[in-house]
Design a binder for this molecule. Structure first.
Ligand code: GLV
Ligand code: MG
Length: 311
């Protein structure tokens, strides 16, 4: 049994590199990121997954790396790709690998399944037992609700990674901008934790999330502010107590026309570029913004709300 290379523990900077792009991987080797993860998931189009696995193995075993923590993001367990991603990468380059980044984790069972597969691969390949870590990515309501059991599911778990784009899409948060506050959200809101807990429970179990009443029925501005807050988070609707509140609620819980149009534009561009007609790429530029599978899901949330509202 040979000893794996030991990496520093800091992860101040974690660089995402598409596994489908050998040129970008080669360039990343010389960059000063603490961790580099080679992506097989959303940055790689379905038709390019198998070739990306081979690129990643070739890149991991070739020279030129610095001291970076080397990680591969596999596809999530609901797809048909996960097992082959893990087997190909660990059999081909297990000695060069520090961890597997597991996206869209919903529960401890998914972490344990990966742990078991890694244990077998380490035994079969003569690798250090338990040497390959797991980085669960929290990207949906169920994953957040089960976060304690996910964090303690295996001694291989090294980090918990937030996936904002998929997370915002999974709870139907009403925004197209990843990493920024949704418009209308008020920081320091005393209701925030309670509202978010209700929203997460609703999304975790496939229910609608409805905000309660606003009792100052003559204060329409106040109603609009309160409704805007929960609409921005992703709630589906709000109680109304007066006819004037009905139109306001219908408007506020529907996307704005400009956002709806932008969402449809993102979906069209994404469909064109990933279908093969535009090159079967996983991540594409639309104006100044990068869009990928996760941002397309966020656009899908806005588009679905708009279509339901007859836009
Ligand atoms: C990253 O994976 C994200 O969904 O934001
Ligand atoms: Mg994601």
């Amino acid at each position: 049994m040979t000893t794996r290379r030991r990496s520093p523990a800091t992860r101040r900077s974690v660089l995402a590199v598409p596994g489908s792009n050998p040129r970008m991987i080669e360039k990343a080797k010389g960059l000063a990121a603490d961790e580099i993860f080679l992506d097989l998931e959303d940055a790689v189009a379905p038709a390019a997954k198998a070739a990306a696995r081979a690129n990643i193995v070739a890149a991991l075993v070739s020279p030129g790396w610095g001291e970076q923590i080397r990680v591969v993001r596999v596809n999530d367990w609901t797809t048909q790709w996960t097992y082959a991603d893990v087997i190909t990468v660990v059999e081909g380059a297990g000695r060069e690998l520090d961890a597997i980044l597991l996206p869209k984790v919903t529960d401890a069972g998914q972490v344990r399944a990966l742990d078991l597969l890694l244990t077998q691969l380490e035994k079969a390949g003569g690798l250090e037992p338990g040497g390959i870590g797991i980085e669960p990515q929290i990207e949906n309501a169920l994953g957040l609700r089960n976060i304690d059991e996910i964090a303690t599911a295996s001694p291989r778990v090294r980090t918990l990674v937030f996936g904002p784009a998929d997370f915002m899409a999974s709870i139907n948060m009403r925004t197209l901008v990843v990493g920024e506050q949704p418009e209308g959200y008020q920081p320091g809101d005393a209701y925030h934790h309670i509202l978010m807990t209700i929203l997460l429970a609703a999304r975790a179990h496939g229910l609608q999330a409805i905000d309660g009443p606003y009792l100052q029925i003559r204060d329409l501005d106040g109603f609009r502010r309160a409704a805007g807050r929960t609409a921005a988070l992703g709630f589906d609707g709000k109680w109304v107590l007066h006819p004037t509140q009905i139109d306001a609620a219908n408007e506020i819980f529907s996307p704005r026309q400009a956002d709806y149009d932008r969402a449809e534009e993102i979906l069209d561009a994404y469909a064109y570029h990933t279908s093969g007609a535009g090159g079967a790429r996983g991540a594409v530029m639309l104006g100044d913004e990068m869009i990928d599978e996760a941002s397309a899901k966020m656009a899908q949330v806005i588009a679905a709300k708009g279509r339901a509202a007859g836009m």
